[in-house]
Design a protein around this ligand. Sequence first.
Ligand code: 5AD
Ligand code: SF4
Length: 450
Amino acid sequence: MIASRASGKKLHIKTYGCQMNVYDSARMAEVLAPLGYAPSDSAEDADMVILNTCHIREKAAEKVYSELGRLKRWHGAKPASGERRILAVAGCVAQAEGAEILARAPYVDIVLGPQTYHRLPEMVAKATRQAGGVLDTDFPVEPKFDYLPTVSTAPGVGAFLSVQEGCDKFCTFCVVPYTRGAEYSRPAAAILAEARRLNELGAREITLLGQNVNAYRGVAPDGGAWGLGELIRAVAALPGLARIRYTTSHPCDVDDDLIAAHRDVPMLMPFLHLPVQSGSDRVLEAMNRRHTSHDYRRTVERLRAARPDLALSSDFIVGFPGESEADFAATLALVREIGFAQAFSFKYSPRPGTPAAAMPRQVPDAVKAERLAELQALLREQQRDFNAACIGRELPVLFERQGRHDGQLVGRSPYLQAVHAEAPAAAIGTVAKVRLTALGANSIAGEVVA
Ligand code: 5AD
Ligand code: SF4
């Protein structure tokens, strides 16, 4: 161990962006636990703060600098322990703008990219010894997963498990291939061991995570190679788990075996986040998405043939450079045709260093705003219709935690809908049949069916 086992220190991690960051934050807390850092919900009384950042859109990156501004005073004040406070910036902004962070906020002690979390204890030791920021944004040859400790903290009923990282797709709008690096798939044996461990610690549902999760191609326990479909079957065969999900997928990497898994594995939930970004073939081509809107329709058709109750979610970008009214209309048409249970939509945000940022015919912000409002109105309507169609149905709900009112629990339906119902606390972690009765603002009301 690199540093002394000082105890009683508090660590606050603020997580921005995707579920991959949520997973990474939990791993960072685990590597710092042996140094005496215990998680804390507040930054104010913490000895160390980590901002785990997101660089996907400009707004996300800007938030980091305002938060650093707020933390300047905190950093200068001495905590109860009398030791110097440590401020670290992790994640994709750190990877993309490491030097700029140290220039704009010179009081930051540590800047580390997503691939070097296992070296965090060493960096903390260095930062306590020396003044001036420690910068570590390498893409080390040794995968970080080989060096991270086994999961030790209770993950909750629903747990994330990172199976794949990085992306080789290079969509022209996206920073991920630059911030997260090349695709890497963890060996299946390590994933299965972590899934077992998560289950022992109380997880009943596992979401397999990856920037491009269905490009998973990892070493199988017998030395061969597994795709995501095979991995899902193996996780499903572990005792104790109730549900499996995976995210985020690329339409091009939905292969026959994955579709077959949706047909054959009841534990694989009938809900799929499959970003399409646009319904216009011209725009899809300029985005380097490598598929047409017809390909997407066809993939959805095949998935629905395998699992007829499959609900879909997607990501959309409006106002990509050169997007015309006709292109945007094609997106609306695709949405109407497919019907989404849920979706995320964004105004195109030029990211420095990506090809699309330098493309001609950038769309004015007012046009982006108008298109986004129209698309979101349609998507909201579809989500409402989907939820409304579930009222009166009995669905299995996995209870995750206490609800807002006494005697109430909150859980998820197979379609990822939040459902609240009266049930004893002992039902947390179990699947109950629930009749959905009414749409609420943030969740659906239901009654447990005896
Ligand atoms: N501008 C707007 N949205 C973006 N996304 C990724 N990059 C950008 C960008 N430059 C969206 C995509 C992706 C989701 C995670 O974020 O829709 O699927
Ligand atoms: Fe970004 Fe495209 Fe890779 Fe998704 S598939 S992470 S949008 S480059």
